[in-house]
Structures are given as structure tokens and as C-alpha cells.
Design a protein around this ligand. Sequence first.
Ligand SMILES: Nc1ncnc2c1ncn2[C@@H]1O[C@H](COP(=O)(O)OP(=O)(O)OP(=O)(O)O)[C@@H](O)[C@H]1O
Length: 546
Amino acid sequence: MRELMPFLALFKRHWGWMAIGLSLSLLTLVMAIGLLSLSGWFISAAAFAGLTVATAQAFNYMVPAGGVRGLSIGRTAARYGERLATHNATFKLLTELRLWLWKKLVPMSEQQLSGYKQSDLLNRLVADIDTLDHIYLRLITPMLTSLVTILLLFGFLSLFDTTAALALSGLLLALWLLLPPLFYQLGKKAGRQQVQAKRELRATSVALVSHAAEARVFGYQDDLQQAFFVADEKLRRSQKSLNRTSGLSVAGVVLMQAVAIVLVAYLAGPMVEQGAYSGAVMALLLFATLASFEAIAPVAAAFQYLSASQLAANRVNEVVANPTTQTFGEQSIDAQASLQFSQVSFAYPGQSKSVLQKLSFTLEPGKKLGLFGPSGVGKSTVLALVNRQWHAAGGTITLGGQALEAIEESKLRQHLVTVSQRVHVFNGTLRENLAIAGDFDETQLVDVLNKVGLGELVDDAQGLEQWLGEGGRSLSGGEKRRLQIARALLREAPLWLLDEPTEGLDAKTEAQILELLTNLPQNPATLWVTHNPDHKRFFDGIIELS
Ligand SMILES: Nc1ncnc2c1ncn2[C@@H]1O[C@H](COP(=O)(O)OP(=O)(O)OP(=O)(O)O)[C@@H](O)[C@H]1O
């Protein structure tokens, strides 16, 4: 259970909604038991009263009938409120958990996340976090409400028959204690298999979609599909097994309910014969017994899913407690900071050959350095080191005289921007795609779009609100790069990292982008990776990697 502790701590922030949901859930149960007990008593008492004219006339139908009506309306209202409150609490918990994990993932570099497939991280963020919401809805709520209901039931029934009250509450309490470990064991294997199968299904479906084109061209579509079907079958098998356990829990609870009814009837029968209470009270006891099992039914189901929640918690904790997580310092950087590599060496994990060996250079504020060299020599790796995607194994990288690791994360991000060949257009509007650079008003956004030659995008009827991402207006390669430059311009970062920003563009677009990048208004320091010898004229210095 220790693995669940960090998540229970996060739950605290929403205790208000959780408590409302719990209270309404308890109220619903109490009203359900009250409704059935009162109805049982009322029908039997009315039948007994009808045996003679005198008793029939003296019987007060109005008050119990009003009670039945009140309880049934109250129960429906409480159930509705309970659903609203517990679902609201669950969604709040999900948001809390997902944001918490997202915030932990974002600062991690590629190095720290290497070893995880993207689909696996996605799965941890989505499916595993979903599984964790069972803790509140399926575990905490039924366990607490059923326990309180048993205690209340004991108090209520002892008003009529202490022995029957003790017997029924004792039986319910024994079930409350025994069902969880029993169903935890029964659901353990299938619960874990389900988490595993969900992971595989997501990985194979992501592969199926993202590799679709290559798979078709090279004829391995069937293999991918087969892997997907195997994972799907695994998931179905685990669900079937869990459903069987659920069915077993329902059958078990119904059986115990029958046992309880026989037991209470056995104890109450002689009491009625002895005249300790009426037959109508016996009906009340029997109907209360019948209804009380509504409290115990979810307890068995709850623990069947615990192992899945535990495994999900372990998987989430594993990423968060990544042993390679590097913490960064708190230093800020001066806008006029120079970037310096001194004897920097680097090799990718698991590779014996170094990509960089003792690389040294200095990039002064406002200067442009061109980074040349054959393909695969390590040019992009240099940019990745400045971006802290990876960390140098030897030597030092400093910015404004401070070690790169000592600089606070947000300060570093404010200081530099990267313009690469691949631009991500988010599934959102033009405004949202620019707004990742910060908070800007309409004039500033239109102004920057004009600067990068994308002014005509705003002429669209929807202007900045036009949809750009998936399913939106498709941008050409050159337009996407200009969008990226617009984002970078908005940031006013003093250090720009350019990774072949004009690669693959036609001559006209290339000329436009070059014009833009070589005449940036704030004249940032620029480290520019390129293969094109014509670009040499733009640079104050050249680094040739070999
Ligand atoms: N994540 C990674 N894991 C392992 N090796 C990597 C990784 N990224 C790059 N490499 C390897 O490191 C070397 C340098 O790669 P890098 O991308 O820096 O080269 P580059 O000079 O930018 O190449 P290009 O001009 O083709 O873009 C290559 O041999 C590449 O295969």
C-alpha cells in the first residue's frame, strides 16, 4: 500500500468534494435501508390491521405512507447528488494527478527519459492515472460508507431486537473484513495483467498508426496488426477474468444475503411468538437485512481492482523517482552572456565511441557562429547539450560564466530559443500556436506575423482564431518554419540555436528565411548548424567538426 501514499497526499487538496461525495453516498445508503424497512413494516402492519374492521379504522396510513414517499424521493435526490459530487471529485483528482505527473515529466531531459517509449509515457499519463482514480471512487468511498452503515444499522435494529441486530451486524462486519483480502487475491493476477495489456495495446496501436506509411511500403503491416490483435486479446482475457471475479462477488453477496435473512428470521420468529414484538416489526427486520447488503456489495468489487491501482502507482512512481533525474541550480543569466564550451566531451548512453571530444569555442553576445561538418558528426548534439537535453560527460559548458547546470530551468528557457527543421504545430488556433511563447496582445501577434511574412494568415475571416493544428489549415514547410521564427521573435531570447533552418526549402523561401534570420531586430547570439557553404558569409566565426 505504500506505493499509493504519494497519491493519497495529493487527494488532500480536494477533501471538500470528496467528503461531500462520501456523505451523500452514506445518506443514499441510509435512505435505501430506511425505505425498504419502513415499506416492509408498513405493508405488514397494514395487512395485520385489515384483519378486523376496528383495527383497520384505527390504523394511521398517512404518516408511514408519507415516510415511504419522503424516503424514496430523498433517496433519488441523494443518489443524484452523490453521483454529481463523487464524479466531480474524481475529475478533480484526475486533473490533479495528471498535472502533477505532467509537471514532473516536463523538466526531464531526453537523457532522463531515455529508455521510455513515447507510447509508454503516454500510457502512464493516461491509463495508469485513470486506474488511480479507483482509489477514491471504488475503494475509499465504499469501505467507509459501508462501515458507518453497519454501525448505524446496529444502533437502529437494537431498538427492536438486540440479538438480531448483533447477529446481522456481526455477519456484515465479518464480510467487511474478509471480502477485501479474498477479492484482492482473486483479482490480483488479472488486475495486473489488465494494466500490462493496456500498456501493450497502446504501444502497438501507436506503432500501427505512426508507422503506417513505412509498414505499408515495406510490407510489415500484417506484423504490426498481429501484435495489436495479440495485445487486444490479452486485454479481453484479463477483463473476462475480472468480470468473472465480479460475478463471483455478486453471487457470494446474494448467497450471504439469503443466509442473513434465514438467520434473522430464525432469531425473530420465536420473539414474535412470545409477543416481544409484532409480526410487522419482524418484517421490518427482514427488509432491513435485505437492504443492508447494498452497503456490502461494492466492498468485494473494490478490492478486485486494488492490485491494478498498485501496479499503476508503481509505474507512475518509477518515472517520477527516476534515479537519473538531475536537479538544476537557481542562478539567473544576464542577457549579455557569452556561451562557452571548454574541452567538452560527450557519448550517447550505451555507446563506446564519443560523439564530441574536447570541443572548445566561445559565442559572444550578438555574434553568429556557423557549425559545419559531415552528417552524423555531432552538430545537433552540440545544440542538444546547450538545450540541456543531454549533459556533457567531460569539460564544462558555461553561460555568462556560470555552469549550465547551475542555471534555473525557466531562466534558461527564457534565454534561448531553438529553430529546427521540424516544427510542431499544436492542435489549436493560430493565436494558441503563438501564445506558447508567452502572453501577447493582438497587435503584438499581428505585428510579429507581418515581420515573418505570415501577415496574410490574419486576413482569413477568423483571423487569429483560425484553427491551425490537426484538421486545421495546413501550412507549408516554409510557413511552419516562419511560424516557429515568429514564436522565437516573441520570446526576444538573446541566444538562438538554429538547426538547419532552411533545409529542404525552395530557393525563394530560403532567401526569405535567411533574410529574416540574419536581420533579427534584437541581434541575438546565434549558433547555426548548416551544410550550406554559401551561408559562411553570414557568420562571425566558423566551427568545423570532423
Ligand atoms: N539519441 C541518440 N542516441 C544515440 N545516438 C545518437 C542519438 N542522437 C544522435 N546519435 C548519434 O550521434 C551522432 C551525432 O548525431 P547528430 O545528430 O549530432 O549529428 P549531426 O552532425 O547533427 O548530423 P546531421 O548533419 O545528419 O543532422 C550520430 O552518429 C547519431 O547517430
